[in-house]
Ligand binder design. Structure first.
Ligand code: GDP
Length: 514
């Protein structure tokens, strides 16, 4: 791991000592990590996946990759890593929903010439929600305009402090185009895998997640499975949601027929009698699944649905917008649902009360009236002769999906009351002014409350009045650049504005918008 020792100071765990780097323990075997690559469009996710595949799948094998099954497996330093291979950013990509459920580790790609963008923030939200370990890959460092420090600063502004900025998130500067430092990135992934100790048991019946489905004219229903635990075998019974079957054929990600497969491997399976849903869990068994199980599941779903209706948020709940989705087919319903769920909203949240295929009917309007919900109607009929003003206001309908999404976003924002809140992080009493120049000031002082953190917003308080605002762009303690200085300590800080001029005795207040 030469070359990144200085930048990445997380404790290095000692590796287990067999040649595969993995040991077998009584409570299971080490499971290779499943990695998802996330980030803003055009920041280089595909390029990175291509580079990793090209350089870590043996050439005669790579040539055999004729099919796209949604994931691939590499062997790096004798250890396996599985990559979800679905970085497309088509509006309804299921990548994130699926990736977040299936993956253990995320790589957040941020282009060094572009910085943190909306989909970067969106990806971070998914990472947080799924509690994934992650590493930041600052990409395109071969470009002359690359500015990795700017990326780190922008990440800090979004509460992601990389190690070189005094935080805990490992980061590596790469060029997916030239391959620079990609091996360091793989080292970091293995390190995170070691720290997390993902475990599984090959003796158990196989289970995992459906990552891709396909209706092949020759072979019938073809499903890509990511095995997360156990072993699956030809002849096993398989069940995923409403879809069941018996496995007739298995292929590894290179298209080679296999008799069985175990955890972290992506495989292609033939044998479902109904198309399973992408992102859905699957389980396997040696004996057929009892129909009673399915009935039990249906009852469970029913109870869940009833509870959902009972728990409709009252109208008064601030900043929560209820939504009902109706669309022509189930795939459009899912697509709309996913897109809405990942739309970043500054001051509010949405709750989807119902999402189903079919025309908008009387009971949808009833539910909407009860909960002040917005109804999204894509490519369906509105089953009401005339609408009241309120119903019109709460209905977004049309036949162009992007247009519906845009208008829904506007309607949601209209419902959310603006609410800007902030959280104070710390205060510093200015004891010295070192330098004041155009666009920049360097001052020194003592932290009198909380802590001072590089990259965050600040304002200057003088005689109970805020006289200016800016950001902490550099932070030193005892002549060393660091990410954070705690209360009672002295700090030197660089600020990103030249005016107004700060005076000894001013107070610097650091805050975050929540
Ligand atoms: P994605 O949308 O995140 O999957 O981005 P792509 O992988 O499709 O990359 C977008 C564009 O950036 C393509 O034209 C790539 O060739 C280019 N690109 C990706 N990585 C690099 C890099 O490291 N350096 C340079 N110079 N270009 C890159």
């Amino acid at each position: 791991m030469a070359g990144i020792e200085n930048k990445n100071s997380i404790p290095r765990p000692t590796r287990p000592n067999d040649s595969s780097g993995r040991t077998e323990q009584s409570f299971g075997q080490a499971r290779p990590p499943v990695v998802v690559i996330m980030g803003h469009v055009d920041h280089g996710k595909t390029k990175l996946l291509d580079y990793i595949r090209k350089t870590n799948v043996a050439e005669h094998e790579a040539g055999g990759i004729t099919q796209h099954i949604g994931a691939y497996e590499i062997t790096y330093k004798s250890r396996k890593i599985t990559f979800l291979d679905t970085p497309g950013h088509e509006a309804f990509s299921k990548l994130r929903a699926r990736g977040a459920k299936a993956a253990d580790i995320a790589v957040l790609v941020v282009a060094a010439d572009d910085g943190v963008k909306p989909q970067t923030i969106e990806a971070l939200e998914h990472i947080k929600k799924a509690e994934l370990s992650f590493v930041v890959a600052i990409n395109k460092i071969d470009k002359p305009e690359a500015n990795p420090e700017k990326v780190k600063k922008e990440l800090a502004e979004n509460d992601v402090l990389v190690e070189s900025w005094g935080g805990k998130v490992p980061s590596v500067e790469i060029s997916a185009k030239q391959g620079t430092n990609v091996s360091q990135l793989l080292d970091l992934i293995e390190l995170l895998a070691d720290l997390n100790e993902f475990k599984a048991d090959s003796q158990k019946p196989g289970e995992g997640i459906i990552i891709e489905t396909n209706l092949d004219p020759r072979r019938g229903i073809v499903a890509s499975l990511l095995i997360l635990d156990g072993t699956i075998k030809i002849g096993n019974y398989i069940s995923s949601g409403e879809a069941t079957g018996k496995i007739k054929m298995l292929e590894d990600f290179l298209g080679n027929p296999v008799k069985d497969a175990t955890f972290s491997s992506p495989v292609l399976a033939i044998g479902f009698t109904k198309l399973p849903l992408i992102g859905e869990k699957f389980v396997t068994a040696e004996i057929p699944f009892s129909p009673a199980l399915k009935v039990a599941k249906k009852i469970g779903e029913f109870i869940e649905k009833s509870l959902e209706i009972e728990s409709i948020e009252p109208k008064e709940t601030p900043n929560l917008v209820n939504i009902i989705i109706k669309a022509d087919v189930q795939s459009s319903v899912e697509a709309l649902k996913e897109s809405l769920e990942k739309t970043p909203l500054e001051n509010g949240a949405i709750k989807i009360l119902k999402a189903e295929a079919g025309n908008v009917n009387e009971s949808d309007f009833k539910m909407a009236a009860l909960s002040d919900a917005l109804i999204l109607a894509f490519n369906v009929k509105i089953g009401a002769v005339s609408l009241t003003e309120k119903q019109k206001e709460n209905l977004v309908s049309g036949e162009i999906i992007y247009d519906i999404l845009d208008r829904t976003k506007i309607a949601i924002e209209k419902k959310i009351k603006p609410k800007v809140e902030r959280e104070e992080i710390g205060r510093l009493n200015v004891l010295a002014v070192f330098r004041q120049e155009k666009g920049r000031q360097v001052i020194g002082g003592k932290v009198i409350s909380g802590e001072i953190v590089k990259g965050v917003r600040m304002e200057v308080l003088r005689n109970d009045t805020i006289i200016g605002q800016g950001r902490i762009i550099s932070l030193q303690s005892e002549k060393k650049e660091i990410g954070k200085v705690e209360v009672s300590r002295e700090a030197g800080i660089g600020l990103d504005f030249g005016e107004p001029k700060i005076l000894v005795g001013d107070i610097i207040i650091l805050f975050r918008k929540t």
